[in-house]
Design a binder for this molecule. Structure first.
Ligand code: ATP
Ligand code: ATP
Ligand code: MG
Ligand code: MG
Ligand code: MG
Length: 256
């Protein structure tokens, strides 16, 4: 009976399309909070940057790296995170929908479970969701460019948002703030911050300016100043990932 059923329904698998990701390329899974403009308002996030919310994103990303061995690096800013798999990963035979859905659902459920650790006073009002996509990057230069792109985006948005919210908090309407900022360059925004509000942009917390990077690193345990043991640990840091320094110091992350 079971066997007849299998034969009869086998043809249904023909309708599944394959969606296999290109071999020997870095797979980037980028997830992004759905309607987090609204979510951040409903949950009363501090503007422009709620540090607890960023830290909740970061611990959720750490959990993803600990869960999926093939993920070697992640970069996060605002409500988004990019996860990169090692080039020769065979996770789910490189089927895009399985990889994306597994990562995005694991991230989302971790975010919800850990919410109360970061917001003990704030009830989670409704279940947040994230969308996800997979993109393959075929060369070292291009994957480096990808992360530079995300970090430049972080800088541009953070500068704009910092100015915008300072203007609003100083009594401007949102429309006035928008029109004051329209067409301004980075330098003008920095001048506005220092002249109007006495803020030196470069002294703002590095987590806001650089976003967060998550990766495996060696943790040295010392005993009387001597390295007793070292073990690998997922760490969160806020390096510049546009320049070469970070990548030079961690050559194994994007090893080919
Ligand atoms: P979409 O569903 O298209 O992604 P969205 O509303 O999530 O829409 P995004 O472009 O992803 O729009 O922007 C995320 C928004 O979430 C930011 O504009 C900001 O308002 C809010 N947000 C995310 N993280 C934080 C944070 N840590 N602190 C304050 N606000 C945040
Ligand atoms: P995979 O990751 O490949 O999906 P899996 O362990 O989830 O592996 P499935 O073929 O999806 O395997 O089967 C789901 C398994 O989960 C079942 O075999 C059963 O053991 C368990 N399971 C799911 N739902 C229930 C349930 N309501 N009650 C008891 N066991 C359940
Ligand atoms: Mg989106
Ligand atoms: Mg979003
Ligand atoms: Mg976003």
């Amino acid at each position: 009976e079971q066997n007849v059923n299998n034969i009869k329904h086998e043809y249904l698998k023909l309708f599944q399309s394959e969606n296999k990701l290109l071999p020997f390329t870095w797979i980037v899974i980028r997830i992004d909070g759905s309607h987090f403009h609204r979510f951040s308002e409903v949950q009363g996030f501090e503007k422009p940057n709620d540090e607890q919310a960023l830290k909740l994103m970061n611990v959720s990303a750490v959990a993803v790296l600990e869960e999926f061995n093939d993920i070697v690096f992640a970069y996060g800013v605002s409500d988004e995170y990019s996860f990169v798999l090692k080039k020769n990963s065979q996770l789910y035979q490189r089927r895009a929908s399985e990889i994306v859905s597994a990562v995005v659902s694991f991230f989302s459920s971790t975010y919800v479970i850990k919410w109360k650790e970061f917001f003990p006073e704030k009830e989670l009002k409704y279940p947040p969701n994230f969308d996800g996509r997979a993109v393959c990057y075929p060369s070292y230069e291009i994957i480096r460019d990808y992360f530079a792109w995300r970090q430049v985006d972080c800088h541009i948005n953070n500068q704009y948002n910092t100015c915008f919210w300072m203007l609003v908090k100083s009594g401007k309407s949102t429309r006035e703030a928008q029109s004051l900022l329209k067409g301004t360059q980075a330098l003008e925004k920095n001048q506005m911050l220092s002249q109007l509000f006495g803020i030196d942009y470069n002294t703002l917390p590095v987590i806001f300016r650089n976003g967060s990077s998550v990766f495996w690193d060696k943790e040295m345990v010392t005993d009387n100043g001597v390295v007793a043991k070292s073990h690998k640990k997922v760490v969160v840091d806020h390096p510049n990932i546009i320049e070469d320094d970070f990548w030079g110091a961690h050559p194994l992350i994007l090893e080919t």
